[in-house]
Write a protein that binds this ligand. Sequence first.
Ligand code: R5P
Length: 301
Amino acid sequence: MKNIKLFSGTANLPLAQKVAQELGVELGKVEVIRFADTESRVWVNDDIKGKNVVLIQSICPPVDQNLVEFLLLADALSRGKPKKLIAVVPYFGYARQDKIFREGEALSSQMVARLIELAGFEKLITIHLHSLNILNFFKIPVVHLPTASVFAQALTSLKGASDWIITAPDQVAQGCVAELAKILKLTTAFLEKTRDYSQKDKPKTTGLVGKVKGKNVLMFDDLSSTGGTIVGGAKMLKENGAKKIYVALSHMVVEAAADRIIQEKSIAKLFVTDTIPQLPKKKLKVVSVAPLIARAITNSV
Ligand code: R5P
């Protein structure tokens, strides 16, 4: 199998195991320990010399801890003289800080991109970035995998799905919504949302462009961290006469947001991927991105 050695950090081992299974390989041996002062120490206990080495790690909560662990693992792996070192970052944390919104802020997405390059990776594979601006921050090649095909496969078999309106919960999500709508041959609508950057995590849905009256609607977005965007969107869709509301999210980042979305009565079902580990919940359906990642790895070595 193309001399691939797959390693994983601790952020999302279940997904790494599924990818290993898809590729027909065993996960490489690593040890990650955490000291009393919270520093981590990593150890790669495997022979990787001359091999195509792939490290999989989502930069999900606890974000800073998983990011540092990822960088330390990359350093340890690059010292083992692999033929090629590839990063798979299913969820790219800090992606929402892809521009300077207010003078004096950090360009955090670019900083993370620089760290990934500095750690010695020659290629990055990542999934549904919040903003494609981030691709410009890299000098190494980046394989960007949208999730539209994964969701399309999960949704086509659902009763009545051929009559849904696919809706973007904000302006940024219009691109991925158009992609999913094209595959499913459905029409679209979009919601308008504003944010007050002096306040933390307080999105406000302000309007709807398109008609949803009497229709079942699927809201599709890259991620949810507080659930505010989706719950605000669902309320606006209901006010405008939508029937059932379904939600698809590539990255369900914070468990409390999943709970908040599920508790919203107007939402019939929440579809998410496993870029971030998920606990089973009523109304929650997890679709795996493991086959998508495995194909991208095979094409990259
Ligand atoms: C922002 O534009 C993103 O695409 C999401 O819509 C947003 O980050 C979701 O965050 P929350 O769940 O906190 O509303």
